[in-house]
Ligand binder design. Structure first.
Ligand SMILES: [Zn+2]
Length: 579
């Protein structure tokens, strides 16, 4: 048994998922809970204890225990394997025996980032780093802060890092995969970052996986250049500074979310350790889910300019979708968080933090600034603006309380606000829960479940199934074909084996078939089902033959009509013989 199988058989998916999701029994071998991959109020997330898989019928997430850990924690397959093995006390084979290509590449790329980091820091100290050092002084960064955040400098040559990699005889392909080196059209390689102030970006456990580079020359575009996506850097999963901030976020039970590297650094330097930045991308659901493991409370502190406010608006809906409690912090004097901390000091920042508004009041303020609430059109526009956020409040009572608050705050009639919000929530719910479901025939469902569950029954029904063409008309025909192919090859027939042979749409069908088929059929029932299929099939064939005979006669093709009639008689004889 290979190590993957060893871990899989030692680990129960119900326990692993049960640590993250509240699961309730929902039938023999079946558990349900609220899907951890999307926000929902009614459970559509199912875990199957026998076949060891999970499936969400709303968002489509699904897979085995490894897939769950990979998706939930943003890990590679090897890392997920390792994490499960550690958690269940299964000793890992020696690394040399079980290091797949993917994890070798990842380790090599991380090592390259360490080299790059060392190089960038040396540069910053060197004569070439003078302008970068001057910039840091202008931005008021203390040497200790520069050290703490590992800031560096990429020189102008465009070849310095490349040379370091070449001296180590690293393959060109790997250099490109690191995202630190680019390739020109003529095939030559170059350093991606040139003449930039370098910010190392870490993963949650503190390993450098990417860089952000700020242009130092005024005409360099873009102002901020980030590493591209690489095997070790998945932008949508990474929050800048999380590895430093996470303990403080847990302790304060609150995270501060800012936009840029400099903001995160400036706010940290002012003494607020629980700060992270989305940097380079707009906030994603995966980032929020990562953060949520440390606290459900967040204060959004974006730039006070118009793009910053729009980004804050967008992130509110996303944060609410993930069930976060959101407040918005506003700074006066047109200062960004970094500038604010330097110019006004930590106490002033603390005061703004303490008076951060619930997202609803912030949104209402924005709406009020744009529309005149003394006109009925203005009121409608304000409510319209607030709707997306209201619709995301899961709890009915809370929604009503918010509606009342909003009405008072905006200065409109409570009844009107409630009425409007209630309607829109109803509309949204209908949209969310209407999903097409394929209804499987009871006999195909019963047969599939029997094939996957019981090796002894399989021996009886597989040969019989082979002769039935009707299977070719089932929605699940490719699943049956996969089972037959595995049987032909003498392979094990289990959920995972069948699943691995299917395209995604058929994988979904397989999950449906297994989850809908709760009762186990007896051998007699199964054989009876096959027999009835065969009889239906015979009947259909005879009807079809009769029609073709008529057609041939009508067309005057008597030889063909005679041949078909003989075929029909043969079929009727063998049908009589069977019954
Ligand atoms: Zn889901």
């Amino acid at each position: 048994m290979d190590f993957r199988e060893q871990v899989r058989s030692a680990v129960n998916i119900v326990d692993v998922i049960g640590e993250r999701v509240r699961l309730r029994p929902a039938g023999p071998n079946r558990y349900m809970g609220l899907c951890p991959f999307h926000n929902e109020k009614r459970p559509s997330f199912t875990v199957h204890a026998v076949h060891q898989f999970y499936k969400c019928f709303s968002c489509g997430a699904g897979g085995d225990v490894f897939k769950f850990v990979m998706e939930k924690d943003g890990l590679s397959f090897f890392e997920a394997l390792k994490s499960l093995a550690e958690r269940y006390g299964i000793p890992m084979p020696k690394r040399s025996q079980y290091a797949d290509d993917e994890s070798k590449l990842r380790a090599a790329l991380m090592e390259m980032h360490e080299l790059a980091q060392e190089h960038f820091r040396d540069n910053l100290e060197s004569a070439a780093g003078e302008a970068a050092r001057a910039y840091l002084v202008r931005r008021g960064l203390a040497p200790a802060t520069v050290e703490q955040f590992g800031l560096g400098y990429s020189d102008r040559s465009g070849r310095a890092l490349l040379r370091i990699f070449e001296q180590r005889h690293l393959p060109a392909e790997q250099m490109e995969q690191s995202g630190l080196v680019g390739r020109r059209q003529d095939g030559s390689l170059y350093d991606r970052f040139r003449n930039r102030l370098m910010f190392p970006i870490h993963n949650e456990s503190g390993k450098i996986i990417a860089f952000g580079g700020r242009a130092l020359a005024a005409d360099d575009e873009p102002k901020y250049l980030n590493s591209p996506e690489t095997p070790i850097y998945k932008k949508s999963y990474v929050l800048y500074n999380l590895h430093r901030a996470r303990e403080a976020v847990r302790k304060d039970d609150r995270a501060i979310l800012v936009e840029g590297y400099m903001d995160a650094i400036g706010v940290t330097a002012a003494g607020f350790a629980a700060v992270v930045a989305s940097c380079g991308t707009s906030l994603t659901a995966q980032q929020v889910q990562t953060l949520k493991r440390y606290s459900q409370k967040i204060v959004v502190n974006f730039d006070p300019d118009a793009p910053g406010a729009r980004a804050a608006e967008r992130s509110i809906n996303l944060l609410l979708d993930e069930g976060m409690q959101v407040r918005i912090m506003e700074l006066d004097g047109d200062l960004d968080p970094d500038e604010y901390c330097r110019e006004r000091g930590a106490a002033a920042y603390q005061e703004r933090l303490d008076s951060a508004k619930g997202y609803f009041y912030w949104l209402a303020d924005r709406a009020r600034a744009r529309h005149d609430v003394h006109t009925s059109e203005g009121v409608v526009a304000v409510l319209q603006f607030l709707l997306p956020a209201v619709q995301r409040i899961p709890d009915n009572l809370e929604r009503m309380a918010v509606a009342n608050d909003v009405a008072d705050y905006v200065g409109v009639d409570r009844g009107m606000v409630l009425d409007r919000f209630r309607k829109s929530v109803a509309e949204r719910q209908v949209k969310t829960f209407e999903r097409p479901r394929i209804v499987l025939r009871p006999d195909e469902r019963m047969l599939l479940n029997a094939l996957l569950a019981e090796p002894e029954t399989r021996g009886d029904i597989l040969p019989a199934l082979r002769s039935i063409e009707a299977i070719g008309r089932f929605a699940t025909r490719r699943i049956f074909q996969a089972v037959l192919a595995l049987d032909q090859a003498g392979s094990r027939i289990g959920y995972d084996e069948v699943h691995a042979r299917l395209e995604e749409s058929d994988q979904n069908l397989l999950a449906e078939a297994v989850l809908q088929g709760e009762t186990q059929a007896s051998r007699e029932e199964l054989l009876a089902a096959i027999d009835s299929m065969r009889r239906t099939e015979d009947r259909e064939r005879r009807t079809e033959l009769k029609a073709r005979i008529k057609d041939s006669e009508r067309a005057g093709n008597l030889a063909e009509a005679l041949r078909l009639t003989e075929e029909l008689q043969g079929m009727e004889r063998s049908a009589r013989g069977r019954s």
